[in-house]
Design a protein around this ligand. Structure first.
Ligand SMILES: [Zn+2]
Length: 242
């Protein structure tokens, strides 16, 4: 979604550069976990990118409606408005799961249906594959970076160069090495992976607004070397035709 960009630009002091960026949730052929694809220096007005995002948003709306209908079919109650407090921009599987837990839907569900509802909620639709998301970012004049590699495999934060090779081969220009990680470990490892793969490193706080848990924001919490930004900018310019 790109709806935060205007807000950010309006709120930023005049000496702060706002790099137009995006995080896209994409389907990956290996395993059920979605891959998050970051784009930097994109043109937010690019029609193909906008159309793809619209398609993703519509598919997610239909998914939410389907799950809400399934809940009411077993006698439960959960409303679209109930999901507002969990969502960052629009509601998806995580908001549905949290909503079901907090509104007692699972406790009240007939035996055997709770698990089915949870699985249904978690089965989010994906509007694009990793390769398609990377392609859309390139089409919009941006560079693509693999978001938070520490979160790709549960319980295995440090993935090897070999493990990441097939993903990076989808066309990534960079991997997110500097990121918010408790304790700060990991960055060094992924800077090494990026250099072994011959791609750039990127960094960021993965801030998605106030967290429901403590109301805290991570915006600006992750320092990233300035040369990282300049290398991404150069790469974006090099990718653009003419
Ligand atoms: Zn993410």
């Amino acid at each position: 979604m790109l709806s935060g960009l205007d807000e950010a630009t309006a709120a930023a002091p005049s000496d702060l550069e706002i790099v137009p960026g995006i995080e896209m949730t994409a389907a990956w052929k290996e395993g059920p976990r979605a891959i998050h694809v970051l784009g930097y220096f994109i043109n937010p007005a690019n029609p193909q990118l906008q159309a793809a995002l619209k398609k993703a948003e519509k598919a997610m709306e239909r998914h939410v409606d389907t799950v809400l209908a399934a809940i009411s079919a077993v006698g439960g109650t959960l409303h679209r408005q109930d999901l507002d407090r969990y969502r960052h921009r629009y509601a998806g599987g995580a908001a549905l799961v949290l909503g079901m837990l907090e509104h007692g839907v699972l406790r009240g569900a007939p035996p055997g249906t709770g698990m089915r509802l949870l699985r249904l909620a978690a089965a989010e639709p994906r509007a694009y594959t990793v390769g398609e998301a990377v392609g859309l970012i390139h089409q919009a004049g941006g560079v693509a970076s693999l978001a938070h590699p520490t979160k790709i495999k549960r319980g295995q934060p440090l993935l090897s160069t070999e493990e990441l090779t097939p993903l990076i081969a989808e066309g990534f220009d960079a991997i997110e090495a500097w990121q918010w990680i408790p304790g700060g470990w990991g960055s060094h490892h992924y800077v090494g992976v990026a250099s072994a793969l011959g791609i750039l490193a990127s960094g960021g706080s993965d801030d998605h607004g106030k967290r429901a848990a403590d109301g805290a924001m991570r915006l600006g919490a992750q320092p990233v070397p300035l040369e990282v930004l300049e290398a991404l900018r150069e790469r974006a310019l090099a990718l653009r035709p003419g």
